[in-house]
Design a protein around this ligand. Structure first.
Ligand code: CDP
Ligand code: CDP
Length: 211
C-alpha cells in the first residue's frame, strides 16, 4: 500500500504523513529533504543554483546527508524550491523516490508531486492545505521558538513566493491529483487533522477492498 501526502509548506503534511506511517506501520519518506539536501550541497560547494547542469552533478548523495539538521533551515527550504524547478534535478531524484514507494509492504511519502508523478497509482492520496496566513503563523511560531526574530510579514512573503514557484514550474508542479482527498487543516488542531487523515485513508482502503 502506498500513501501519498502532498501539499504546500506548513500545511501539516509532514505531521500527517508521520502519523499515518505510525498508524499503518509503514516506512515514511519526507521527499522535501531530498531537495533540501541538494540545496545544502549547492550552498556548501558555492554553486550557482540557476545552472541546472551544476546542480544535477550534486544530486547523487548518500542517505546519511538526510539526517543533517542544517537541511531543516528556512534558507535550505527556499533554495530547495529553486533547485527543484530544474527538470533534470527532478529526474535525478525520481528513481530514489519510486524505489522507496515500491518497497514490499508499502510506504508513506510526503511532498508536492507524490500523487501526481512519483506514485500516480497510490492507493491513498491526500492533498493537505491551509490558508497562507495560517501556514505563515505556524512557521513563524516555529522560527520564534528557535530564537529567530523574523517578522510574520516576512514569513508570509516567503511562503507566498515558495507556493508560487512550486505551483508554476513546468515540471511536476504542486497540484492536487484528480483522485486525491482534500484535507484543509486551517482550523484543525494537530490531533483533529491526524484523526481526519486516518479516517480518510481508512475509507479509501475500505472502498478499494470492495471494488
Ligand atoms: O510538512 P509541512 O511543512 O506541511 O508541515 P508540518 O511540519 O507538518 O507542520 C508545520 C507546523 O504547523 C508544525 O509546527 C506543526 O506542529 C503545526 N501544525 C499545526 O499547528 N496544526 C496542524 N493541524 C498541523 C500542523
Ligand atoms: O517542509 P516544507 O513544506 O516547508 O518544505 P519541503 O517539503 O521540505 O520542500 C522544500 C522544497 O522542495 C519545496 O518548496 C519544493 O520546491 C521542493 N519539493 C518538491 O519540489 N517536490 C517534492 N516532492 C518535495 C519538495
Amino acid at each position: 500500500m502506498i500513501i501519498a501526502v502532498d501539499g504546500p509548506a506548513a500545511s501539516g503534511k509532514g505531521t500527517i504523513a508521520r502519523a499515518l506511517s505510525r498508524h499503518f506501520g509503514l516506512p515514511h519518506l519526507d521527499t522535501g529533504l531530498l531537495y533540501r539536501a541538494v540545496a545544502q550541497r549547492v550552498m556548501a560547494e558555492g554553486l550557482d543554483p540557476t545552472r541546472e547542469a551544476d546542480v544535477v552533478a550534486v544530486c547523487d548523495f548518500e542517505d546519511r546527508l538526510l539526517e543533517d539538521p542544517a537541511l531543516r533551515t528556512d534558507e535550505a527550504g527556499k533554495l530547495a524550491s529553486v533547485v527543484s524547478a530544474h527538470p533534470l534535478v527532478r529526474a535525478a531524484l525520481l528513481q530514489r523516490q519510486r524505489r522507496f514507494a515500491q518497497q514490499p509492504g508499502g510506504a508513506v511519502l510526503d511532498g508536492r508531486d507524490i500523487g501526481t508523478v512519483i506514485a500516480p497509482d497510490a492507493e491513498v492520496k491526500l492533498f493537505v492545505k491551509a490558508t497562507p496566513m495560517i501556514r505563515a503563523q505556524r512557521r513563524h511560531s516555529e522560527l520564534r521558538a528557535h530564537g529567530s526574530k523574523v517578522s510574520l510579514d516576512k514569513v508570509l512573503g516567503d511562503i507566498r513566493a515558495r507556493d508560487d514557484r512550486d505551483a508554476r514550474r513546468t515540471e511536476a508542479p504542486m497540484r492536487q491529483a484528480a483522485d486525491a482527498a482534500l484535507l484543509d487543516t486551517s482550523f484543525l488542531s494537530i490531533d483533529a487533522a491526524v484523526q481526519r487523515a486516518i479516517g480518510l485513508a481508512e475509507a479509501r482502503i475500505a472502498n478499494r477492498a470492495q471494488t
